[in-house]
Design a protein around this ligand. Structure first.
Ligand code: NAD
Ligand code: IPM
Ligand code: MN
Length: 358
């Protein structure tokens, strides 16, 4: 019997609510497939600041490093918003990404047929959308040197956007591989008309592309991409881009599905994979049982595909989510006028009941 060791990092706000849903799904899948799971739950973000005085305690990092995969909820909240950069909850998230070396953040965006009416875009625009944002996750603006210097009249502030050729090359190769595997085109998104880092990014893409003559690819400036994503999202297959652009474009793309609560992600490197919904801690609805857990449940699906080598489990999870949506279950973020609203637990129960493995 296989035994998997999974680190659960609930974090803050709705993080614990959606991770609890994810845990229940993992237990159900494990029961059906006959493997054993050992859960290790640890604090990260604001919860860790409260308990240990720091956003990424050593014990949390150790458990993550020793796990087969990590499931994370969300971090951050108003309580910690006045802390300095490296003491904030978000520093815990950036720290664990960096420490695990998960440079490739995959954010699939699918138009679920039952949710076509939940998107702010017209149905015919979003129908068929099935794109993947490959976001570089351990470099760029997020991790470059930062400083503040007093000057006459105020302060001088600096955030450096740093990339090296190997950092660009590995994410671009991963994106070309994903495009080839999916039989889709690749769009590399940058700001090469302004940024030196983007001009080098383009050079690397051009060079790597010669190894993938079968993959159609093009470059797009990020401002245009933001516009094209809502004008005609079906033009996109795989998008590859640097850290900050990928962060912003993925929240924008999320509304194609109907809600940010639908979007899962997988962050991959050479060690354990890190799985998290794309949304944040949603302080405005935290603690009320209103959170949409589907982005987390779909992240568990990605965990089974990429870290636990059980693609059947992912397929079953996606099928169950689709059925639940087709039957009309809607959390508040997805509900339209006249829809009955399900709470987090109710929609999770519905997914578990419809899970068909073998
Ligand atoms: P957010 O994603 O937390 O919330 C944006 C809006 O979407 C809110 O109205 C929220 O209620 C709604 N929403 C988000 N997830 C939802 C879900 N699963 N179900 C239903 N509604 C949902 O973004 P924000 O408000 O900009 O950030 C709040 C905090 O979260 C900040 O401290 C931020 O740093 C943090 N954050 C963390 C992560 C992460 O841990 N990965 C990601 C983004 C933001
Ligand atoms: C995300 C979040 C994080 C990011 C924040 C909380 C640091 O927005 O996972 O998308 O910017 O990467
Ligand atoms: Mn984000």
């Amino acid at each position: 019997e296989k035994v998997y060791r999974l680190a659960l990092l609930p974090g803050d706000g709705i993080g614990p609510e959606v991770v609890q849903a994810g845990r229940r799904l993992i237990e159900a899948v494990a029961g059906a497939l006959g493997h054993e799971v050992i859960f290790e739950e640890h604090a990260i973000g604001g919860a860790a600041i409260e308990a240990f005085g720091e956003p990424l305690p050593e014990g949390t990092l150790k458990a993550a490093r020793e796990a087969d995969a990590v499931l994370l909820g969300a971090v951050g909240g108003p309580k910690w918003d006045r802390l300095g950069g490296n003491r904030r909850p978000e520093a815990g998230l950036l720290g664990i990404r960096k420490a695990l070396g998960v440079y490739a953040n995959l954010r699939p965006v699918r138009a679920y047929t039952p949710l076509l009416g939940s998107s702010p875009l017209r149905r015919e625009k979003v129908e068929g959308v099935d794109l993947l944002i490959v976001r570089e996750l351990t470099g760029g603006l997020y991790f470059g040197p930062k400083r503040r210097e007093p000057i006459d009249g105020g302060t001088r502030v600096v955030d450096e956007l740093v990339y090296t050729t190997p950092e660009i090359e590995r994410i671009v190769r991963l994106a070309f591989d994903a495009a080839r595997k999916a039989g889709k085109g690749l769009t590399s998104v940058d700001k090469a008309n302004v940024l030196e880092s983007s001009r080098h990014w383009r050079e690397v893409v051009e060079r790597v592309a010669t190894d993938y003559p079968d993959v159609p690819f093009g470059h797009m400036l990020v401002d245009n991409c933001a516009m094209q994503l809502v004008r005609s999202p079906n033009q996109f297959g795989i998008i590859v881009t640097e850290n900050m652009f990928g962060d912003i474009l993925s929240d924008e793309a999320a509304v194609l599905t109907g809600s940010i609560g639908m979007l899962p992600s997988a962050s991959l490197g050479d060690g354990p994979g890190l799985y998290e919904p794309v949304h944040g801690s949603a302080p405005d609805i935290a603690g009320q049982g209103l959170a949409n857990p589907l982005g987390t449940l779909l992240s568990v699906g990605l965990m089974y595909r990429f870290s636990l080598n059980e693609p059947r489990a992912e397929e079953a999870i996606v099928r169950a989510v689709n059925r639940v949506l087709a039957e009309g279950y809607r959390t508040a973020d997805l509900a339209g006028p006249g829809d009955r609203i399900s709470r987090t637990e109710e929609i999770t129960d519905a997914v578990l009941e419809r899970l068909e493995l073998e």
